[in-house]
Design a protein around this ligand. Structure first.
Ligand code: FAD
Ligand code: FES
Ligand code: FES
Length: 492
């Protein structure tokens, strides 16, 4: 249950900061710069693309004896989501004796900064990386910096600085949070529900304005159901990587926001031999780790999804519910045969991922219904799963087209084939015409001309911002041939 004060309480460098009377859509970035006067954190794009605003959000671990950090884009995150958490900014890196953190020192000595605008963001991404990986490889540094842009220095000195800093050792790299720990224990959110004298479950908003709008952060499913019953039509907030954009760019001010990130059941992953049940608040970064061994191609699509600060909060459920025609997780989930668990007023129903969308940005989701979990099948012996995302930039870019296929080979013929795409159809979907063409055939018997003929009728001929139809249809054909292991036909 949230505290009954309509106050956001967050630990910043050894003190509890109480934010009261702020708008429910105040971003963490605006809070830092305008209210805390911590102007080291910069605003570049205000849309999650440049990383100048990167900060670390800390959560007390289950044992209550350490803090787990994630790097986030503070421009995209809403302040009330920090209630009960801690925050580290570039100002937090300085040591009590005034000396620099090894990451900062290495950025200086390796000439990793020129105008310096991007530098606090790089420093925070690297400091965050080194809390969990004190001696990263060059590739791991590159991956950690997918979401940090620098216009003037160039990346080599920055990556060199990261490797130099890592020589300082884990103890020197660790953030000092000894003063934060007792405070985090003090403001830890209580998961036990609170009832009125009449026995009614109470869900107190973290923020309630005088005009009556609210930000509510339920701690469990019972509280979530109650919060949605109290505020029908409320906006659900998960990782905030879409909603943050709407707040910043479209000045969207939802009257009631119900945050899913603290709902205990939605943070869980249940693993069985046949499937993972991924709760709606589980971050894409956790999903990436989960699927890495069974479905490496899905993991690779997720590795190229946004950047680490985007993936540290963004969710599968948010990607699916948002329903972009170029959303990346959906072709993979459709090809894998995923199932969605939908929840409304305490009741659940299951819907196949490939039956979820009814049109562009429309779905079977009813008013006040939410995605509670995504069930992702695990790999069974003999199954092949292939997926690939094509985008203008390798990192931090959304798809021109993403496609995925799953099948087995029975006596050298394609069997049980499921193939799904985004980018070439009004919404992510399976492609029955292509599936029928391929089903039961030996891969090397299928020609490029046959695939071209189906692609020409299956996908609406429309040029888009991310590619002409001619380009996309050629890519779609080549991906299909590559997926079934017949690259020679693509080259013919
Ligand atoms: C810089 C940047 C890079 C990006 N890169 C990619 C990319 O490479 N590929 C890609 O596909 N997308 C990308 N995105 C888009 C976005 O990150 C994804 O769509 C993400 O998965 C959204 O999840 P979220 O948890 O942040 O959703 P939120 O922003 O919290 O919510 C998104 C929508 O879903 C609804 N919602 C959230 N959870 C639920 C639920 N459980 N049930 C029902 N409705 C729900 C919300 O009400 C809202 O309408 C990018 C975005 C940014 C800003
Ligand atoms: S200001 Fe560019 S990512 Fe936040
Ligand atoms: S140093 Fe100028 S943008 Fe990076």
């Amino acid at each position: 249950m949230t505290q009954a004060t309509n106050t956001v309480r967050v630990v910043i460098d050894g003190r509890i900061v109480e934010a009261q009377g702020l708008r429910r859509t105040t971003t963490v970035l605006d809070f830092l710069r305008e209210h805390q006067h911590r102007s080291g954190t910069k605003e570049g794009c205000a849309e999650g693309d440049c990383g100048a605003c990167t900060v670390l959000v800390g959560t007390l671990n289950a044992a209550g004896d350490a803090v787990d950090y994630i790097a986030v884009n503070s421009c995209m995150q809403l302040l009330p989501t920090l209630d009960g958490k801690s925050l580290k900014t570039v100002e937090s890196l300085k040591r009590p004796d005034g000396s620099l953190h090894p990451v900062q020192q290495a950025l200086v000595s390796c000439h990793g900064t020129q105008c310096g605008f991007c530098t606090p963001g790089f420093a925070m991404s690297l400091a965050g990386l080194m809390q969990v990986l004190p001696t990263p490889s060059r590739q791991q540094v590159n991956d950690a910096l997918q979401g940090n842009l620098c216009r003037c220095t160039g990346y080599r000195p920055i990556v060199d600085a990261a490797l130099e800093a890592s020589a300082a050792g884990a103890a020197a790299l660790k953030l000092d949070d000894s003063a934060d720990l007792p405070l985090l224990r003090q403001i830890r959110r209580d998961a036990a529900p609170t009832y009125s004298l009449d026995g009614e479950l109470l869900v107190q908003p973290v923020v309630r304005t005088r005009k009556g709008s609210s930000f509510t952060s339920p701690a469990n499913l019972a509280e979530l159901d109650k919060a949605l019953q109290d505020a029908p039509g409320a906006t659900l907030l998960a990782g905030s990587t879409e909603i943050g954009l709407k707040v910043n760019k479209q000045f969207h001010r939802p009257e009631h926001i119900v945050y899913l990130g603290n709902v205990a059941e939605l943070q869980q992953v249940q693993t069985s031999a046949g499937a993972w049940r991924v709760g709606a608040s589980v971050s894409l970064e956790r999903v990436l780790d989960l699927v890495r061994t069974d479905w490496p191609d899905f993991a690779e699509v997720l590795r190229r999804f946004g950047s680490p600060p985007i993936r540290s909060t963004a969710t599968l459920a948010g990607n699916i519910a948002n329903g972009s025609p170029i959303g990346d997780s959906m072709p993979c989930l459709m090809a894998l045969g995923a199932t969605l668990v939908l929840r409304r007023a305490g009741r659940t129903r299951r819907v196949a991922m490939d039956a979820f969308y009814t049109g562009m940005k429309t779905s079977v989701l009813q008013a006040d219904e939410l995605i509670e979990a995504v069930e992702i099948p695990r790999r069974q012996a003999g199954e092949v799963f292939v997926a690939h995302k094509v985008s203008k930039r390798f990192d931090q870019d959304i798809s021109a087209i993403c496609a995925a296929a799953r099948y087995t080979l029975q006596d050298g013929r394609l069997s049980g084939l499921r193939l799904a795409v985004n980018g070439v159809t009004p919404f992510p979907q399976r492609v029955p015409a292509l599936e029928s063409l391929l089903q039961g055939r030996a891969p090397d018997s299928i020609t490029a001309a046959e695939v071209d003929a189906v692609v020409a009728t299956a996908f609406p001929a429309r040029d888009g911002l991310r590619g002409t139809w001619a380009y996309r249809s050629l890519v779609a054909r080549n991906l299909v041939l590559r997926f079934i292991g017949n690259e020679e036909a693509a080259l013919a």
